[in-house]
Design a protein around this ligand. Structure first.
Ligand SMILES: [Zn+2]
Length: 283
């Protein structure tokens, strides 16, 4: 089984996670730019983070045979902080770089006017740079937030087939499906979406335009929940082609629209990490 985790924050994960992911069949990941827990206080802090997403993290992933790409944006949470907003002026320079396969994550956290503005400006950047958009939906008031997300995306003029609306659940899947946007589901260990609930959604709505991710970050999360969901699909009677479509072909098709997805050798992970000293620890 080959797995593409289209939303995971590897910056917050250990080298041991990479090792376990590679062993579980994860061959490619997309890491969306997000907040760091500790609030950033200036745009330079974003620049270092973006450089890390495009340099250090792909290198670290590569040691385990995992292809790493990123999406770049001012995240919805920090869009509310006047110290962070100037990063919007830095984005065009990053959006032209190899390894950037979408603008994201953008969208709403608390649905403030500042978030409205940052969201609209970054959808315009996606169009300008010919990139798809990865859109986060709020964890509170999700139905209203998702409706507003779809309205703002439609107003921007970006084609729905170039928008991935993420963190969906049973309440929001239908309207996103009707919109023509792609549907992302984040599988969590305890709260929100679980593998059995995901299987039920796939049974009802089918695998078309559906992506499944672990959204693993600094919180209670698990980078192997993609594999667990794939197994739950097989147990429920989905065939290997359906699983491959959701876990591999769909993310390849969506992010492939950037023209920058490089999956060369992703099916033959080289155990290079065994010979590498850089991640063995020490200083
Ligand atoms: Zn995220």
């Amino acid at each position: 089984m080959r797995i593409f985790d289209p939303h995971i924050h590897m910056t917050s994960r250990t080298t041991d996670d990479y090792r376990r992911m590679a062993a579980a069949g994860v061959r490619a990941v997309v890491e969306p730019a997000f907040w760091l827990g500790q609030p950033r206080t200036n745009p330079g802090s974003f620049a270092d983070y973006f450089d890390s997403l495009l340099g250090w993290e792909p290198y670290r992933a590569g040691l385990f045979g995992i292809r790493h790409h990123a999406t770049i944006a001012l995240n919805p949470k920090e869009a509310n902080d006047p110290r962070c907003r100037p990063v919007l002026d830095l984005l065009p320079r990053y959006l032209d770089k190899d390894g950037v396969v979408a603008v994201g994550e953008i969208g709403y956290d608390s649905m403030t006017p500042e978030e409205d503005d940052a969201f609209a400006r970054q959808l315009a950047l996606a169009i300008e740079h010919d990139l798809p958009a990865l859109v986060h939906t709020p964890h509170r008031d999700k139905a209203r937030g998702t409706r507003r997300t779809l309205d703002v995306a439609a107003e921007s003029g970006i084609p729905p087939g170039r928008v991935l609306v993420d963190h969906l659940n049973e309440l929001t899947v239908e309207i996103v499906k009707e919109s023509g946007c792609w549907m992302g589901f984040s599988i969590y260990p305890e709260t929100k979406m679980s593998p059995p609930r995901m299987v039920e959604i796939l049974r009802r709505h089918g695998p078309e335009r559906v992506l499944v991710n672990s959204a693993a970050d600094w919180g209670h999360s698990d980078p192997l929940l993609t594999l667990e969901t794939a197994r739950a699909m097989l147990d429920a009677g989905f065939d290997a082609d359906d699983v491959d479509r959701v876990m591999w072909s769909n993310p390849v098709e969506f992010f492939g629209q950037s023209g920058r997805l490089d999956l060369s050798g992703a099916d033959q992970p080289e155990p290079a990490f065994q010979g590498s000293s850089i991640l063995r620890g020490g200083s």
